[in-house]
Design a protein around this ligand. Structure first.
Ligand code: NFE
Ligand code: MG
Length: 469
């Protein structure tokens, strides 16, 4: 066994370690691990459930609105309330802006320099050795676009702040809707930025993506993995609740099946946690850290759907909704993400049209003091769930299972690898001291370990202690 390690993996959100066994120029086994422990589930215990949306979105600065929405959906179920039309549309608009922001930033910053040779200056040098294949002229054009692409991601954050007050961590999404008004001047402000970003995505980003894809065509055959794809769906329509991106499941490249949330359980056999039994559904899950645990190698738990390790993200949504079905690979993930960015721009324009200026954007309610709720939505990277129980007006149970937990899970008790571990198998390696190919596979999933672990509890840190019953 010749195990090579990348730690930390750069151009991802938060600490990621990848170990690969390279034999005969190929990856034959892989282990992915997060070395960061956080503690957001523990933080929620004993609090007023209405803190959930604002607290949990601090898990992450790149997908914050997703946690606000999952936390809000869980509360809405527990309280038996729903959003009025304008409230749902504004929620969708804030979330779409954040997703567009994420996808622009991922393409033009995080994945981009796997394929485009950066300029000869820090932080682009020293650069990872490898097969940068773009002819100089093409490379120069893309480099110039890289700077504008980052500006566009910033503009998308500004677009989110039009109805969300600030970015990251918008301030306005709460159970039953949004506290900002759908005023004509704000609709105009959002619309102006949306037009600018839409033009960039349609005229430049799609072409830049295909330029990279054309020069790296072998990456359509690298990083495939299990072929298991899952989405909870996103963007409920007002009144009907039907989601613009439908929920669904694909196992081993088969047909799209309906999802049954009862099939979801989190396994901790190889994660630094302890509880009675290795596998539990989130409604019974716990978050008790144990850094000394024998055999464990990650702070990420291992969620499974009916025992299967499943992948989420724009490619999964593309397959499930029929928007993108070319294949499952590194390059398919990248192309599907860019295509989805264009779709998000179109949907946002439709929701803006449906807003009724001046109509209510939320409904006053009295929270129930007891109840259960599950908030399921896709986030940028895949399926995100928040499981909430309330007793006597306080949170007594909070479990979060984000997309990077699914994608970057370690092995489970049955020894089954997580989706990214599996996707790494067979990856060709030209230089075992560079591993640029491994970085390309890993980054195609847009990793985020702020989200994946989300679990800091210090001795005596007040509410956090309630998580160690
Ligand atoms: Ni920190 Fe997140 C998304 C969530 S990933 S980015 O998308 O939830 O686990
Ligand atoms: Mg969790």
């Amino acid at each position: 066994m010749t195990v090579k390690t990348i730690f930390p993996v750069t151009r991802v959100h938060e600490p990621l370690r990848v170990d690969v066994d390279v034999q005969g120029g190929k990856v034959v086994d892989a282990w992915v691990s997060s070395t960061l422990f956080r503690g957001f589930e523990a933080m929620m215990y004993g609090r007023d459930p209405r803190d959930a949306a604002l607290f949990t979105q601090r898990i992450c600065g790149i997908c914050s609105s997703a946690h606000a929405i999952a936390g809000t959906l869980a509360q809405q179920e527990a309280f038996g309330v729903a959003a009025p039309s304008n409230g749902q549309l504004l929620t969708n608009l804030i979330f779409a802006a954040d997703m567009i922001q994420n996808h622009l930033r991922h393409f033009y910053l995080l994945a981009f320099y796997d394929y485009v040779m950066g300029p000869d200056r820090p932080p682009f040098v020293p650069r990872q050795k490898g097969d940068y294949r773009l002819p100089k002229k093409v490379n120069d054009t893309l480099l110039a676009h890289g700077d504008t692409g980052i500006d566009m991601a910033m503009r998308a954050h500004e677009m989110m702040a039009v109805f969300g007050a600030k970015a990251p961590h918008q301030q306005t999404i709460l159970p039953t809707g949004v506290t900002e008004m759908a005023s004509t001047d704000r609709i105009m402000a959002y619309s102006g930025i949306l037009k600018e970003i839409t033009a960039w995505v349609e005229q430049t980003m799609l072409e830049d993506t295909m330029t990279i894809a054309d020069h790296y065509r072998d990456y359509y055959d690298i990083g495939s993995g299990y072929g298991n794809l899952m989405s909870y769906g996103i963007f409920p329509a007002p009144v009907t609740g039907v989601r613009d991106f439908a929920p669904g499941l694909i196992i081993n490249r088969g047909a799209v099946e309906a999802l049954d949330v009862a099939q979801i359980a989190e396994d901790i056999r190889f994660s630094w946690y302890r509880q009675n039994g290795d596998s539990r559904p989130p409604v019974q899950g716990t978050t008790v850290p144990d850094r000394e645990k024998e055999g464990a190698y990650s702070w990420v738990k291992a969620p499974r759907y009916h025992g299967q390790a499943v992948e989420g993200g724009p490619l999964a949504r593309g397959w499930i909704n029929g928007d993108y079905r070319r294949g499952i690979s590194v390059m398919d993930r990248i192309v599907a993400r860019t295509r989805e960015t264009a779709k998000l721009c179109r949907l946002a324009a439709e929701w803006l049209e449906q807003l009724l200026p001046g109509a209510p954007t939320f409904t006053p309610y009295t929270p129930k003091t007891q109840g259960e709720g599950v908030g399921l939505t896709d986030a940028m990277r895949g399926a995100l769930g928040h499981w909430l129980s309330v007793r006597e007006g306080k949170v007594v149970h909070y479990q979060i299972v984000p997309p990077s937990t699914w994608n970057f899970s370690p092995r489970d008790g049955g020894g089954k690898r997580g989706p990214v571990e599996e996707a790494l198998l067979g990856t060709p390696v030209a230089d075992a001291d560079s591993l640029i190919e491994v970085g390309r596979v890993v980054r195609s999933f847009d990793p985020c370990f702020s989200c994946a672990v989300h679990a800091l509890t210090l001795p005596g840190a007040g509410n956090g202690r309630a998580a160690f019953p």
